[in-house]
Design a protein around this ligand. Structure first.
Ligand code: GN1
Ligand code: MG
Length: 375
């Protein structure tokens, strides 16, 4: 058994009301922020039972009380909605298991914060899109997720990471990272830095549209990576959206754009061979179709118009976040090697460049999908 960062698994086993005898655990490697483990148990009647255990990254999420208050509120809302619609809340929504002391997370003797969540049985996640249909199914899942939260009381949500997709504030952070040059590396990525700074004006577009009242702020997921959807093993439909840490007031466009950034890239987020990086128009179309089909009726004209731009902006934002973190000495994103964030930044910027070339085609695809859907 590899317990990784868990020095005192016994403390955790004691803290939560697990059902059965602990038989083992393994780590789930995906996700750049929290550490995730699957804990395995055998129940009294001999059944196999699993739970997800996560160590909350408190460097990133400074206020775990507020974070968990959001997640508990959102998951309870989702469970109610799923049940009302005749679905299975245990498969179609997450559920937070409270610690025995009544708190939604447990603080161990080293001051680490742990939370426990239901494991979605007979499901799988994808690290890369394997077919247009996968991505279409992911779009439907995120679109549906947005609909289920449309009547969630937005004012009750805490901003778990302030200005998360505020691209003006993101570029200000990036410039600060360049100026501070904490790890003494800025001179190794001058071309990439210039590429970002040349696009500074882009960072104000959506922010200004919000200020002008042209884009509505809604409850959004804000981290719509493909691997944040669980797919059903039998039907391959997206059944459950996970990783709810950044469910906050945001724009539908952030969710659309971030999905495209990750899933419509023909290469992985950390591909070293940039010739493999490009925007798949086939995948862009599949996602646009699924998203418009499910969430389209709640989108206004300006939101639909900005869909292609949002994909570019979210990719640029992620590029500057990775590069800024590289300059800061890899404080935020988990890395497997020292240049990992630089490599990730390069793929994002190469994808931005390709999206700029294909921008007219992306717009045509949005129009085509609208026509097909009679919107
Ligand atoms: C992080 O946790 P994970 O791996 O789903 C990050 C996202 C980035 C993404 C880039 C809280 O997501 O914003 O887009 O990495 N999450 C947070 O892959 O910063
Ligand atoms: Mg996450």
């Amino acid at each position: 058994m590899n317990t990784y960062e868990i020095k005192t698994i016994d403390e955790i086993l004691e803290a939560f009301p697990f059902n059965g005898k602990f038989t083992g655990m393994h780590r789930i490697e995906s996700g750049h922020i929290n550490s995730t483990f699957v804990l395995e148990f055998t129940t009294a009647d001999g059944a196999f039972k699993e739970y997800l255990l996560q160590k909350i990254n408190t460097y990133v999420f400074k206020n775990p009380d507020q974070l968990m208050e959001n997640i508990v509120g959102v998951t309870e809302h989702l469970r109610k909605k799923v049940a009302e619609n005749g679905g299975d809340p245990n498969r179609e929504s997450l559920h937070v298991y409270f610690a025995k002391n009544g708190a939604p997370y447990f603080v161990d003797s080293d001051n680490n914060c742990w939370r426990c969540i239901n494991y979605i049985y007979d499901s799988y996640s994808l690290q890369n899109v394997e077919s247009a249909n996968d991505f279409y199914n992911a779009a439907k899942a995120f679109g549906k997720f947005q609909n289920l939260l449309a009547d969630y009381p937005i004012d009750t949500l805490h901003e778990t990471i302030p200005n998360f997709h505020n691209t003006e504030s993101r570029i200000a952070d990036f410039k600060k990272a360049v100026k501070d040059d904490l790890a003494g590396r800025v001179n190794t990525a001058e071309k990439e830095t210039a590429f970002i700074l040349e696009r500074e004006a882009d960072c104000s577009v959506l922010v200004n549209l919000i200020k002008e009242g042209k884009l509505p702020v809604k409850v959004t997921h804000n981290d719509t990576k493909l691997n944040n959807v669980m797919f059903d093993k039998n039907t391959n439909e997206g059944i459950c959206v996970v990783d709810l840490d950044t469910v906050m007031p945001g724009l539908s466009l952030y969710d659309f754009g971030d999905s495209i950034r990750f899933g419509a890239n023909t290469a992985s987020e950390d591909e070293k061979d940039l010739s493999k990086v490009s925007l798949s128009l086939e995948y862009f179309e599949a996602y646009t179709k699924g998203f418009l089909q499910c969430a389209g009726n709640s989108l206004c004209e300006e939101e639909i118009k900005q869909l292609p731009f949002s994909a570019k902006l979210m990719t640029l934002e992620c590029g500057m976040r990775f590069l800024g973190d590289y300059f800061n000495g890899n404080l935020y994103f988990r890395v497997e090697y020292e240049e990992h964030n630089l490599i990730r930044a390069r793929t994002q910027l190469a994808l931005v460049a390709d999206m700029e070339k294909k921008f007219d085609l992306m717009q045509e695809i949005v129009e085509k999908c609208r026509k097909e859907l009679g919107m």
